[in-house]
Design a protein around this ligand. Sequence first.
Ligand SMILES: [Zn+2]
Ligand SMILES: [Zn+2]
Length: 189
Amino acid sequence: MQLRQPVGVDLRQVSDGENHFCVLCPVRLLDLADAGVVADHPVRTDLHLVKTGDTYSVVGEVRLRARLDCSRCLRPFEEELSWTLEVVFQRAGKGQSVQGQGSFEEDLERIAHDATHIDLTERVREALLLALPIKPLCGPECAGLCPVCGQDLNVGRCSCHTSPTDPRCAGLRDLSHLAAEHTHSNPTT
Ligand SMILES: [Zn+2]
Ligand SMILES: [Zn+2]
């Protein structure tokens, strides 16, 4: 049963008011391989939980040092993914059925009146997917690969690097041109 919720909280350890929990979970238990999330480190979730009567308000900071592939140069690199999840769990009244367990889209989840655990696995999984960059970059200045020979331009230039058609380089040239113009027309000097 515990295996079904790698990221969960034992409600019997929760007291009224504020609570803090830190849950570590191996990334393989979150079924994220299909999304390209690979990591040597566990997923860390810092949970801030406030209990008010039968309501548990959870704010969690999800962090994972993941291995991604750069979308420009294709080299693997590590990046810290982080996302904040927020969800409120509410106990159903006695004899009341817990309907809508599947209403996952909402930030409110009902749990059984005698539930001993809350399961945050799906929430954490979703948070990591949201934290994943659409175009991962090993660095903002990554030079990428030569479109002709495939040489990694971060490592060194290749002999075919003469084409002026790279739009990123064109943009940079425009900017330097503007900057030069600005300096020349500055009347204060
Ligand atoms: Zn790169
Ligand atoms: Zn080349």
